[in-house]
Design a protein around this ligand. Structure first.
Ligand code: UN1
Length: 510
């Protein structure tokens, strides 16, 4: 029986998975279809057909044509189009937020929050559409003027992950759209339904406003479609969100053809709690950061460094909070649930393997550590002590609610621990000491793309540039000047004099 949430968004039991242009939704009967399961009970929700190579090629032609029309619209008009998308998402927030919760397994409040993030970035993009500013420079030659302008880049490939199945697409697609680009989305094969719903809602809003439909979609099983996007020289920018291991391959392959990539890869985010910290703020921030989205955010708090003088106190308070969370694990759509399931069985197995590895090496499992014996992919929120910052499992991002708690003596030591991992996405310090806060934010402090004081590592606002250093890939998306990644810069020099002086004072008299 069709789930009512699917019905509310016009989805059926068998859905064509790809929007390939000219109003056409399609999917191949010869390619293996995607089967979508509800992670909280393992039941099948629907199937989604995969795009074939021919569908993909058809899409590329349509997208190339759409780009030519779209880039000719003045940027503020493109902003107006995205305003309509934002309004459509406001109308559909409840339904789409529920679908995110149903398909991905995050709790309803977080599903709604994710749609809110789409709405926020739409609003941001509308404003940005009037602020695609270039600089003017003073020419060294008389009667000359120099300036730069930003032009649309072309076709942008967006390869997104299951954990933020729609918001990360919107960060990319909406900013790309106001920049004059069209986008081709290859979502995670674990969350194709939200991708279909989001694409439909936004393209319908464009169409109703008399705009071309610039959001193309490729749902497919396997990696063939994504690989084609990565290797296709017509795709000017590949924005990839996923693991560092896959992102490394994407980066190398796009670089091979001298294309551009924007990489948002793994995080291994830490919170430092010093002896002056206000634990009324720190404890809820740590708990939300570590167990929110069942530990499946790239900004999830995975490591906690606590000043040795308050270690026992902090671990005790966390254990008490974790006991409360444990009572509220369950159906993500049920009001009051704090933690839903992991995405699939393989994720549960990775959780179990990581806990077993730590346990075998003598770590103490203070809370949790087990998968729940019930339908769906539920695990306990897990607190682990007695590990070292250099342990292999502490150095690795396991996409599950596992928090390693470790003591430190000095802020310098805590910073060395925090920075001593391959990843560099998000970081926080809880302190009431001015010098510690400033040191944490200084060039000698956190080496991450995001560094916070007295708030947690996850739940970044869209207005800032989002991304991280080292194995996190170096990309920046969402707010600030991240729009520049979606445009090409052109430097223009104009001569309005009657002479032709050469730069650098060179004389070349004929
Ligand atoms: C991600 O996990 O891929 O900062 C993105 C946050 C969210 C985005 C996370 N705004 O946690």
């Amino acid at each position: 029986m069709l789930h009512p949430i699917l019905d509310a968004l016009g989805l059926t039991e068998h859905n064509p998975g790809s929007y390939i242009g000219q109003g056409e939704w399609t999917g191949s009967s010869s390619e293996p279809a995607l089967e979508v399961f509800n992670p909280s009970n393992g039941q099948r929700l629907a199937t989604v057909s995969s795009a074939s190579a021919e569908d993909h090629e058809k899409l590329m032609h349509a997208a190339a044509q759409a780009f030519v029309a779209w880039r000719a619209l003045p940027a503020p008009r493109r902003g107006e189009a995205i305003r309509l998308c934002g309004e459509a998402l406001r109308r559909n927030k409840d339904a789409l937020g529920s679908l995110v919760a149903l398909e991905m397994g995050k709790v309803k409040a977080e599903g709604d929050g994710e749609v809110q993030e789409m709405i926020d970035i739409a609003d941001f993009a509308v404003g940005q559409s009037r602020m695609l500013y270039g600089l003017t420079m003073h020419s060294e030659r008389p009667g000359h003027r120099m300036y730069e302008q930003w032009h649309p880049l072309g076709m942008v490939g967006i390869i997104s992950a299951f954990n933020f199945p729609v918001a990360v697409w919107a960060w990319n697609a909406f900013i790309a759209a106001v920049c004059g680009d069209v986008s081709i989305w290859k979502p995670s094969p674990k969350t194709p339904l939200t991708a279909i719903a989001a694409t439909r809602i936004c393209n319908a809003a464009l169409k109703a406003g008399g705009f071309p439909e610039v959001f193309f979609l490729l749902n497919a099983s396997g990696t063939g479609r994504a690989e084609r996007l990565v290797e296709d020289p017509r795709v000017a920018l590949v924005s990839f969100t996923g693991s560092s291991a896959v992102g490394r391959q994407v980066g190398v392959r796009v670089a091979q053809r001298l294309g551009r990539s924007l990489l948002e890869l793994g995080g291994n985010n830490a919170i430092i709690v010093d002896a002056t910290a206000d634990l009324k703020l720190a404890i809820p921030a740590i708990v939300f950061g570590a167990v929110g989205t069942a530990g499946q955010r790239c900004t999830t708090t995975r490591r906690l460094f606590v000043h040795e003088s308050i270690l026992d106190d902090v671990v005790g308070r966390l254990a008490a909070a974790y006991a409360q969370v444990e009572k509220r694990i369950g159906d993500p759509l049920e009001p009051g649930t704090l933690m839903g399931p992991l995405i699939d069985r393989a994720a549960v197995q990775r959780f179990e393997a990581t806990v077993a590895q730590a346990r075998a090496a003598g770590a103490r499992i203070v809370s949790g550590g087990k998968a729940l014996e019930r339908d769906g992919h539920f695990v306990q929120p897990t607190l682990i002590t007695g590990v070292k910052p250099t342990d292999a499992w502490v150095q690795t991002e396991t996409f599950a609610p596992i928090l390693y708690v470790m003591p430190f003596r000095t802020l310098d030591e805590a910073l060395t621990f925090q920075n001593g991992v391959p990843q560099g996405l998000s970081s926080s310090v809880f302190t009431r000491d001015f010098q510690s806060a400033e040191k944490f934010l200084s060039a000698a402090g956190s080496d991450c793309g995001i560094a916070n004081v007295n708030i947690g590592t996850s739940g970044a606002e869209i207005g800032g540039a989002f991304g991280g250093e080292k194995d996190t890939g170096g990309g920046r998306e969402s707010g600030s000047d991240a729009w520049k990644a979606y445009m090409r810069r052109q430097t223009n020099t104009l001569n309005y004099s009657d002479a032709l002086p050469l730069a650098q004072g060179i004389r070349f008299d004929l």
